[in-house]
Design a protein around this ligand. Structure first.
Ligand code: G1P
Length: 298
């Protein structure tokens, strides 16, 4: 059942990136690199691996550089080939060929829910994924079964095809930090899957219904847009996606899914550094050098 393909991903990129000031005065945060690729490319590749064909970037006014990153650049490619660096030309081409990338502008920073609503027409009437690029998720192996898990988005779509409705990624976190996240209240229905009974955005610790924090991956039906239109400003005075999900819950079954993977907070300098080390250790071409560096640093 529910084998409707999920072809579109909405990626909100319009955040102010305050924790990376002053660099984010002139560079959108999502273009900050992890090793040799911007953090945005990691989540686009995760979406493409999951079968997504169209990427809808929600950008702030004046963020043309985000849109431009995925556009082909024939002159640059020709120059790189002529100057004897075809491997660089390949990298440029790869970024441009990943998916069909389009852009919608969020004129005002009114919240995550508002950002997703900006993609209403681009998404149309089909299920889609929302990927928050700050949440960088590295695939891992289940050491018990030896299984290598695909990216978090592919796992989410698989759960969506099994259960239908909508699927929200969650991670059990220490109670001391849950007030920074959306939190779900759910009843387990399958391995790592719970049926959601309630959600709350950034609750004080004592009001949190669980320590299952929402992580930035969602598979949503198009009905979410009507809910977003009815959502009033909530936590931080912003239109929250979590509040719209609570409205959606009145008509639609929602599931939380504890994905396999290690998550890094690309919204902070330290989180980005940790992600860079993880990718540096995972990649053939950098592993040895990173291992030596870590040893030298003690
Ligand atoms: C957003 C969501 C929140 C979620 C978090 C995950 O919050 O509103 O529900 O837990 O992303 O990263 P933000 O981090 O934008 O404040």
């Amino acid at each position: 059942m529910h084998q409707i393909p999920v072809r579109k991903a909405v990626i909100p990129t319009a955040g102010l990136g305050t924790r990376f000031l002053p660099v984010t005065k002139s560079l959108p945060k999502v273009l900050l690199p992890i090793l040799d690729k911007p953090m945005l490319q990691y989540v686009v590749e995760e979406a493409v691996q999951a079968g997504v064909e169209q990427i809808i970037l929600v950008v702030s006014p004046g963020s043309e550089s985000v849109a431009g990153y995925f556009q082909p650049d024939a002159a640059l490619e020709a120059h790189l080939i002529d100057s004897g660096t075809p491997e660089l030309a390949e990298m440029v081409k790869h970024a441009a060929n990943l998916a069909a990338v389009s852009v919608v502008v969020q004129e005002q920073p009114l919240g995550l829910g508002h950002a997703v609503l900006m993609a209403k027409h681009a998404v149309g009437s089909e299920p889609f994924v929302v990927i928050l690029p700050d949440d960088i998720i590295v695939s891992i192996r289940d050491t018990e079964s030896g299984k290598s898990w695909p990216g978090a988005t592919a796992q989410m779509i698989e759960v969506f095809h099994r259960h239908g409705g909508g699927v929200v990624a969650v991670e059990p976190l220490p109670w001391e930090v849950v007030h920074n996240y959306g939190v779900v209240d759910g009843a387990p229905v399958a391995d790592r899957v719970s049926k959601i009974q309630g959600l709350v955005e950034k609750p004080p610790r004592e009001d949190a219904p669980s320590n299952l924090a929402i992580v930035g991956r969602y598979v949503l039906p198009p009905d979410i847009f009507g809910c977003l239109e009815r959502t009033q400003p909530g936590a931080k005075g912003e239109i929250q996606l979590t509040d719209a999900l609570l409205l959606l819950l009145e008509t639609t079954e929602l599931y939380s899914y504890e994905f396999w993977g290690r998550r890094y907070d690309g919204g902070t300098p330290l989180g980005l550094l940790k992600a860079a080390l993880e990718f540096g250790l995972a990649r053939e071409d950098t592993r040895r050098a990173v291992e030596i560096m870590l040893k030298e640093l003690g």
